[in-house]
Design a protein around this ligand. Structure first.
Ligand code: HEM
Length: 420
């Protein structure tokens, strides 16, 4: 698993190393991110500046302790050429290995590194001098990669996982097609927003002519915790969010609820997962006028402590019967859903105002699960039908992706088993 972090030099340090930096740059071009880390012992570290290993059985960015910032991008594949798409995925993987290790893409931005000053630099440069910031890049493939408008675009139709369904419409949805779907996605998480944005920007730049960004979302203030010892973050409604989530260290629960197993199939996805993203707008102004009692009844937890209603402490076991029938936690709890459990990894967003003086703010909800049909879908059916929270929220964007297993080593690349 990838949740351990390793200390790594900053981008500027690498530049300052001159000849040594050049050698490391060459290693990056070959995708050997691990080479940098040899000798620094893979000690778990919580420091915000460190690097998270890119290679592993599972992709980083799922069980990894949640970083502070998000830049999520969904891409349309614009090329019709399978070989061009495969070449892109190889280039993306090499770039992702370099950036997550705190290195520049390709030969770098600096003219010392550029082999031809007449061409644009390989790296856009705005992350020079910044630390790796626990950057993770998590890659997924959407339904449209397998089939679009009835067309088997890349000879992959028969490889579409049965669980990669087109999400059904839920009551109350008000989905904007321009903020929904996508053939590919990359979730960039980092403790520094500039590092996350730099990563998506450079991947988009590399992909020019082969893919185009369909939509993207910036997020801040993580709204979930995969590290139970850490203080639980609060969402835009002021409530602790992520109290009862799967921890990144709970390997049994991750195997049971998050990672696709070999027997689930298809083979190419074993060790991977499914990602559901929902842009959920909050009617903040209405919420802010609701009484504290209404707010607490809406979730079934207290606002200050985050305790389940009728209990004292945040991590006390919820007594669902002490909550109202339509309380969010009561409805979402595994006991109300035949054990359904998902890993939540969402972020708050505020994208300015909407022209009517209201904040365009909410939760960019991200959930990982072993099967969407036994995860997000039944949960959201229940919530959409009954949740007291529905008075204050609206789902305005939606996407689903299959997330392949981890990139094993420098010869592996995002999606290799799918295209094999
Ligand atoms: C803006 C929308 C949402 C907000 C503000 C929100 C907020 C919260 C809060 C404050 C909690 C209690 C603390 C915790 O255990 O994390 C919670 C729990 C939970 N939420 Fe949400 N949530 C939202 C949407 C959703 C959606 C769309 C789903 C799934 C379809 C979901 C699934 C869950 C689950 C599974 C729990 C844990 C229940 C338990 O085991 O006790 N939430 N949410």
């Amino acid at each position: 698993m990838n949740e351990t972090t390793t200390a790594s030099p900053s981008r500027r340090t690498l530049l300052g190393w001159g000849g040594a930096g050049l050698a490391l740059g060459a290693a990056a071009a070959g995708g050997t991110a691990a080479a940098l880390r040899l000798g620094d012992g893979s000690q778990p570290a919580a420091s915000a500046g460190d690097a998270v290993p890119f290679h592993g059985a599972h992709q980083a960015g799922i069980a990894t302790p949640v970083q502070d910032r998000l830049h999520f991008a969904a891409f349309d594949v614009t090329t019709t050429d399978r070989a061009a798409l495969v070449a892109l995925l190889k280039e993306w993987t090499a770039a992702a290995a370099a950036m997550t290790a705190g290195r520049e893409v390709g030969d770098g931005e600096s003219s010392d590194y550029a082999d031809n000053a007449e061409l644009p630099p390989d790296d856009t440069g705005e992350a020079l001098g910044l630390k790796p910031s626990r950057l993770t890049l998590t890659f997924g493939v959407g339904p449209g990669l397998f089939e679009k408008d009835g067309k088997d675009r890349f000879g992959l139709k028969s490889r579409r996982p049965q669980a990669l369904i087109d999400l059904p419409a839920f009551p109350g949805d008000n989905l904007d097609p321009a903020r929904s779907g996508g053939d590919l996605c990359v979730q960039a998480c980092a403790d520094d927003p500039q590092v996350a944005v730099h990563a998506i920007r450079n991947l988009a730049r590399i992909g020019m002519g082969r893919v185009a960004i369909r939509w993207s979302q910036l997020g801040f203030g993580k709204t979930s915790s995969t590290t139970p010892d850490a203080q639980t973050p609060r969402n835009m409604m002021g409530f602790k969010d992520g109290t009862r989530n799967i921890a990144g260290t709970e390997t049994d629960r991750l195997d049971k609820h998050v990672w696709v197993s070999e027997k689930d199939g298809p083979d190419w996805l074993a060790g991977g997962s499914y990602l559901v993203a929902r842009r959920i707008r909050m009617h903040i102004e209405t919420w802010d006028r609701a009484s504290l009692k209404d707010q607490e009844d809406t979730f079934g937890r207290t606002k200050a402590e985050g305790a389940p209603q009728g209990k004292q402490r945040e991590h006390d076991e919820p007594n669902l019967k002490a909550m109202k029938d339509n309380a969010h936690v009561r409805l979402a709890h595994p006991d109300s859903n035949n054990g359904v459990t998902i890993l939540r990894r969402g972020y708050s967003f505020t994208d300015g105002t909407d022209g009517l003086g209201r904040l365009d703010a909410g939760l960019f909800f991200i959930a990982y699960q072993r099967d969407v049909r036994d995860g997000f879908v039944p949960l959201q059916r229940r919530l959409a039908a009954k949740d007291a929270l529905n008075e204050y929220i609206q789902h305005v964007g939606s996407a689903v992706f299959a997330v392949p297993p981890g990139v094993r080593d420098k010869d592996d690349w995002w999606g290799r088993a799918l295209f094999a």
